[in-house]
Design a protein around this ligand. Structure first.
Ligand SMILES: Cc1cc2nc3c(=O)[nH]c(=O)nc-3n(C[C@H](O)[C@H](O)[C@H](O)COP(=O)(O)OP(=O)(O)OC[C@H]3O[C@@H](n4cnc5c(N)ncnc54)[C@H](O)[C@@H]3O)c2cc1C
Length: 390
């Protein structure tokens, strides 16, 4: 396509990706290891991301200024994640909520939240998972009872990313627990922190450090009727399933970023390190690892870009986003393990970054719907569509 880069980006979009790449090399790479090891919230880096416009990438005028295509958004996410996956995690749920507001919000809801979300002044997250389960969302127990002046929410959510620092939570909950099928009783409420919204604890975890993952308890938490996304009950499950398409593209891009970081480190190390009188990449086993890692990573990125283009075309993209998330996350896991192999003993050292990539990679297998669930989504669509033709 004329005027577009090989990835399908405009020149302006390419310039944004390059600005984020420069930010990652200059400001993120040198500090990521310490921030991760000390589990420190990256306040300064998040501020820089706000200035770069990262929180407004999905938000068009009149609310935002720097909306980009989904392929561009994916490549920016990859760059951030290449530096430190936690940074990309801190803007993933935010984008899903922005898309939910754009696609389903009332005018009042858009005007209230989107301008401040575009600058990053207001940060948003989504709350689906409950202590009793995240895959079987229709069995959720959090309940919002309608009253004369709004809703009263009771229940609990867990693993909610960035909840402590988010001023807005898109809460998936039941407004009609007796509905059959159950999804017809599910709605999304736009909840701001206040009385009855209790951040009970931050969960300890293997990787994805620095950015908090929280349990939230709702204890007679009141919200007005205007908090109901789109103003109609019973639409929340379908709304969130569409929202998760961009969420899964984002998680897949994070996986590509982590995989790329691991490959780049392994590539450099394999040229510097020598054994038996030659750089280790010349040993066929190591060279084969590198060749396979690069091939898988390139395939993963192409799946992400394919899902992104389909999403932008307004077509149903759950199968494509699911394939991208499934393949990219399993690929990242494999690449980070091979990067450890290539680094030998140093791969196991906390003085190198590859151990961090290896700890961060599994999140993309579990988050935004586990890979087992992705396979369920893919096969259901395969049977329904009867084809994988382009
Ligand atoms: C660091 C982190 C951040 C997260 N951030 C968020 C967030 O911001 N918001 C949010 O809402 N959630 C978040 N999550 C939660 C995440 O989405 C869930 O953990 C995930 O959806 C799985 O739910 P579960 O943990 O309850 O596992 P379960 O649903 O209990 O599943 C357990 C196992 O059973 C398998 N399984 C379950 N049902 C099926 C089935 N039908 N077919 C095949 N296999 C099945 C699963 O694949 C898994 O292997 C986060 C999780 C982590 C670890």
């Amino acid at each position: 396509m004329e005027g577009l880069t090989v990835q399908g980006l405009t020149e302006e979009e390419q310039a944004i990706v390059e600005a984020v790449r420069a930010f990652v090399d200059r400001d993120v790479k040198p500090v990521a290891r310490d921030l991760d090891h000390n589990d420190t919230y990256p306040e300064r880096l998040i501020d820089q991301m706000k200035h770069l416009g990262v929180y407004g990438l999905a938000i068009p005028e009149p609310w935002g200024e720097a909306r980009v295509s989904t392929p561009c958004y994916a490549l920016i996410t990859e760059e951030l994640s290449r530096g430190w996956m936690s940074l990309a995690g801190a803007m993933g749920g935010h984008t899903v909520v922005a898309k939910l507001l754009l696609d389903y919000g009332t005018d009042e809801q858009k005007d209230r939240y989107l301008p401040r979300m575009a600058t990053g002044e207001l940060r948003a997250t989504m709350a689906l998972t409950e202590p009793g389960g995240g895959s079987d969302l229709q069995a959720m127990r959090t309940h919002a009872a309608r009253t004369a002046d709004g809703y009263v929410i009771n229940g609990s959510k867990t693993w909610i990313t960035n909840a402590r620092r988010s001023g807005l939570v898109a809460l998936l909950c039941k407004t009609d627990p007796a509905a059959t099928p159950a999804h017809q009783g599910i709605s999304i409420l736009l909840v701001e922190q206040g009385p009855g919204f209790i951040l009970s604890r931050d969960l300890p975890k293997l990787g994805y450090k620095g950015v908090e993952s929280c349990e939230i308890a709702f204890d007679d938490c009141h919200v007005p009727h205007t908090a109901l996304l789109g103003g109609r009950e019973g639409r929340g499950f379908a709304q969130m399933m569409r929202g998760l398409e961009i969420g899964r593209i984002q998680v897949a891009s994070r996986a590509v970023g982590v995989g790329r970081a691991a490959l780049e480190d392994a590539l450099r190390y394999a040229q510097e390190r020598e054994s038996f009188g030659q750089p280790i990449w010349k040993h066929q086993s190591i060279g084969n690892y590198l060749a396979d890692m690069a091939t898988q990573l390139t395939a993963a990125r192409q799946l992400v870009l394919y899902a992104s283009r389909r999403y932008d075309a307004g077509e149903r993209a759950d199968m494509e986003a699911g394939m991208a998330k499934l393949f990219a996350s399993e690929t990242a896991m494999q690449i980070t393990l091979n990067a450890i192999r290539i680094h030998g003993g140093y791969g196991y050292s906390t003085e190198f970054d590859v151990e961090r990539y290896f700890r961060d990679a599994p999140l993309m297998i579990v988050g935004e719907g586990t890979n087992e669930i992705q396979r369920n989504v893919i096969v259901r669509q395969l049977i329904g569509r009867g084809t994988v033709a382009p």
